[in-house]
Design a protein around this ligand. Structure first.
Ligand SMILES: [Zn+2]
Ligand SMILES: [Zn+2]
Length: 441
């Protein structure tokens, strides 16, 4: 019996890996225009990094973490001994916590410093029940801006996110951007109390989970999937009615900057992120195509309290994360997932064993001239090689025959029109480049 890829993981085949790579390159291109620098943090961290950075009470930390054990740690566990904090490791379920940990560890934002901006890409791991667009190993790109409290930082991050989606091929009109403000330490406690009281007053009609959470994290009730809970919470108090003056001003300025940039958005007072360190602006982008009821493709928010969780000084920050597999599903549903493995330019065919060596060295010359080139390694017949050339998607074939070779030339064949032309071997790179340039024009 053969091996299979683990449950909830995927082999990225037939252009899929290339499509993900294209999105990462779009991220690189777009985010660089906004001054974001690529950061890499470890794929696994001390478990406590995620407990601090995501929250103990969340499903992600409570139920979905893959743990990592060194052989020494496993031996200790086998002997029934407890592990030390730095022996308890987990695969990252997201990357914000790792970035925040790195920023504090290396003191990248000392007081008074200019803001630092990082973007990241990579695999994240969650032991979820696999479902459409949600794998146990999945790929994200994201961005974090640390050190800037001003509303222009919020607007910049949101605009950059929308530009990234557009660069990936999602049309502007297919997306809905939701924004909200979650207030801050000055105004949110009173709001939480009001939501808690609202939940208690409607306890008979809400699900057990929502009622149970009323004490610890009442705002999570806004995220409940139960339709009865959603209907009831639609009438719950709205944070936007209770923002303090500073938060109200900040929110108004963010919206003003989005208006100025012609970014369409809808205010959604029920859009909350159920973690205490989220402050003020939160946002989410949804699409209707391809994802069923799970229609969010990315989101984020301001987390002015996060760095303190890692022992840093109070540092404003905000960011977002985007799931690349989810974008792929959307693009497929929209019929715009054009990305595929890059096309070959040239297929080099040999007429027989006596010209194979010459064909091989010609292929190297073409590749050294930056032309994507393929050739046969299996000694197939010329007919079979030309069939391969047609299938390969190459624009041109070069046929290396013994008669032509004797006179220092080869045959260049246009694989679309099937026209053939004899070309001097020395000029073949330039001749092919000329034809490919003509194609583009
Ligand atoms: Zn509920
Ligand atoms: Zn406030």
């Amino acid at each position: 019996m053969g091996f299979q890829a683990p449950r909830g993981t995927a082999d990225l085949l037939l252009g899929q890996a290339y499509a993900l790579n294209c999105m990462e390159r779009q991220a690189q291109a777009v985010f660089a225009r906004y001054g974001y620098d690529l950061i890499e943090t470890p794929t696994f961290e001390q478990l406590d990094v995620f407990v601090r950075g995501i929250g103990e009470a969340t499903d992600v930390v409570g139920k979905e973490m893959f743990r990592v054990f060194s052989p020494a740690a496993l031996a200790k566990l086998g002997e029934g001994r407890a592990l030390k904090a730095d022996e308890m490791l987990a695969l990252r379920p997201e990357q914000t916590a790792g970035v925040a940990r790195a920023v504090v560890q290396h003191n990248l934002v000392p007081p008074g410093a200019t803001a630092v901006k990082f973007w990241y890409k990579g695999s994240m791991f969650r032991a979820e029940r696999p479902q459409m667009g949600r794998l146990r190993e999945f790929h994200q790109v994201g961005a974090e801006c640390l050190g800037a409290a001003e509303p222009s930082a919020d607007a910049e991050v949101i605009i950059m996110l929308m530009r990234f989606f557009e660069a990936c091929g999602i049309p502007r009109e297919a997306m809905r951007l939701y924004v909200n403000s979650m207030g801050d330490a000055a105004c949110r406690p009173a709001y939480r109390d009001q939501v808690r009281a609202f939940i208690v007053a409607h306890a008979d009609d809400l699900c057990a989970e929502c009622v149970r959470r009323a004490d610890t994290n009442p705002l999570r009730a806004f995220d409940c999937k139960a339709s009865t809970c959603q209907a009831i919470m639609a009438d719950a108090p709205r944070i936007t009615d209770m923002l303090c003056e500073d938060c109200a001003t900040h929110y108004a300025q963010v919206k003003g900057l989005l208006d100025d940039a012609d970014i369409a958005y809808e205010e959604n007072p029920r859009l909350v992120r159920g973690l205490d360190y989220y402050t003020r602006t939160v946002f989410e982008v949804q699409v209707d195509a391809g994802l069923g009821s799970q229609n969010a493709i990315g989101g984020g928010g301001r987390y002015d309290g996060l760095l303190q969780e890692f022992g840093g000084k109070p540092t404003p920050g905000l960011g977002f994360a985007v799931g690349l597999e989810r974008i792929q599903l959307v693009l497929r549903a929209l019929g715009t997932d054009a990305a595929a493995t890059p096309a070959l330019a040239v297929y080099v065919a040999a007429t027989g064993a006596d010209t194979r060596t010459a064909a091989f060295s010609l292929a190297q010359r073409l590749r050294d001239a930056n032309l994507a080139t393929e050739l046969d390694h299996q000694g197939r017949s010329l007919k079979s090689q030309l069939r391969q050339a047609d299938k390969s998607g190459a624009r041109l074939a070069v046929i290396v025959g013994s008669d032509e070779l004797a006179t220092g030339s080869v045959v260049v064949r246009d694989l679309t029109t099937h026209e053939e032309e004899k070309v001097v071997l020395e000029d073949v790179v330039r001749a092919i480049e000329t034809r490919l340039v003509d194609d583009v024009q």
